[in-house]
Design a protein around this ligand. Structure first.
Ligand SMILES: [Ca+2]
Ligand SMILES: [Ca+2]
Length: 417
């Protein structure tokens, strides 16, 4: 019942939490309904015997329902929803409901007809589009989540709705943080007052909002939000930086996969690489032809060498590109990447770092006879882009048979998530 849109929050729609059903209450109502329905059905199914011998039931049961043992085909509950009612007999009904965050499209109720077919059509549950109200200001991009949305803000704007100029600064809610308590007179004439959840009774007799952010957020042991916390009257809300969605647990931040959701602006020839908190457009390129050596444009495999070209035989037989998204300050040592050969004909493999700008934090080592691995050896504070070039050389009786080059790029997030 908290206003979902931050704009609604600033316009101060006062919703008293007690008037609304929380998740547990709503679930309990649904369960009660289900029980009622099962009980009714059971009564209905027993009725034919009584009706058949001249029952004196006050409510007449239609003959076809009493006598019919004919059934309709089994129905399935919709994905992200449930089916209430289990009887498939003629004259019976089943009902469909969707989970929170979804709305039903199609028939809410279906009845088993005389011709043993169901009325209506099979419904399905469609996710409620949280972006339909265009909640992001200043040309922010809205990303639909599970009962929530995230605004991806353009440069110069931040905040949950891209309404804050500059860096992320929680908006100060103009809603009053004080409320009147609810009081009742006791028999002895004593007066007892209490406050809504999220408020605390003050000596002056008013209910004052508990600032959960101030109380818990500054201490890593009690931190309630993974990133930022916004205090609200009676509650609080966790905020995530642009490029992240608030997780369903309401306190963690989840990276938005812009590449999967087509929320990127990479051009046709570019590859979209999802990173923590963003994405990159990359364009891996094979080396241009040189010294009788050329590479297949699409896979960077070396073309066959002219017989007499020593330079070509010494050049790498393949060059591959690898992009690794990484969170900031990961614990080390950490294996980032493994390399091996499928066509091992020599007697030994050697692995080495041969270039790149991130050698200081990387190391290579052999993990088994045919595999080498790239290790991160010290934590990296983001944001950073680290590049490293690795070489795997294959030898037979100390004679070089061939070598493969791996160009690895790590995109490190500004955050630890
Ligand atoms: Ca609060
Ligand atoms: Ca991302």
């Amino acid at each position: 019942c908290m206003p979902r849109s931050p704009r609604a929050r600033t316009s101060c729609v006062s919703v008293i939490p007690q008037e609304c059903l929380n998740r547990q209450q709503a679930l309990s109502v649904v369960q009660q309904m289900q029980k009622l329905l099962v009980a009714q059905e059971a009564a209905h199914l027993q009725a034919p015997c009584q009706a058949g011998v001249g029952s004196r039931l006050a409510v007449p049961i239609p003959t076809h329902a009493c006598l019919s043992t004919e059934m309709c085909p089994q129905l399935a509950a919709p994905l992200n929803g449930r089916m209430l009612g289990r009887s498939l007999r003629v004259g019976h009904e089943v009902h469909f409901i969707c989970d929170a965050g979804f709305r039903l499209v199609g028939s809410e109720t279906r009845a088993c007809r005389h011709n043993r077919t169901w009325s209506g059509t099979q419904p399905f549950c469609r996710s409620i589009d949280d972006c339909s109200s265009n909640p992001c200001a200043n040309s922010g991009t809205c990303v639909d989540g599970n009962q929530s949305y995230t605004c991806l803000c353009p440069p110069g704007w931040s905040g949950p709705s891209c309404q804050t100029p500059g860096t992320l600064a929680p908006t100060i809610s103009p809603c009053p943080s004080n409320r009147q308590p609810r009081c009742a007179e006791g028999r002895s004439g004593s007066r007892r007052c209490s406050c809504d959840t999220g408020f605390q009774l003050q000596p002056g007799g008013v209910c004052q909002d508990v600032d959960e952010c101030q109380l818990y957020q500054s201490n890593p042991q009690t931190q309630i939000c993974l990133h930022d916390c916004l205090n609200l009257p009676g509650s609080y809300r966790c905020l995530c930086p642009p490029g992240y969605l608030l997780h369903a647990d309401r306190n963690a931040c989840e990276d938005v996969n812009e590449c999967a959701g087509k929320q990127h602006n990479c051009s046709q020839g570019e590859l979209c690489i999802n990173t923590f908190g963003g994405y990159r457009c990359v364009h891996p390129k094979c080396p241009p032809p040189r010294h009788n050596t050329s590479y297949v444009k699409t896979s960077c495999e070396r073309n066959p060498c002219p017989m007499d070209s020593r330079a070509c035989h010494l050049a790498a037989s393949s060059i591959s590109f690898h992009y690794l998204p990484l969170q900031a300050n990961r614990t080390v040592p950490r294996v980032l990447f493994k390399m091996s050969t499928t066509r091992f004909v020599g007697d030994s493999l050697r692995f080495a770092i041969t270039g790149g700008r991130g050698q200081g934090v990387f190391a290579v080592r052999r993990s088994d006879r045919q595999t080498g691995e790239l290790l991160l050896t010290s934590p990296v504070a983001g944001p950073a882009t680290l590049e490293v070039e690795l070489e795997m050389s294959e030898f037979s009786h100390k004679v070089l048979l061939g070598k493969h080059i791996f160009k690895v790029t790590a995109f490190v997030s500004p955050y630890v998530f």
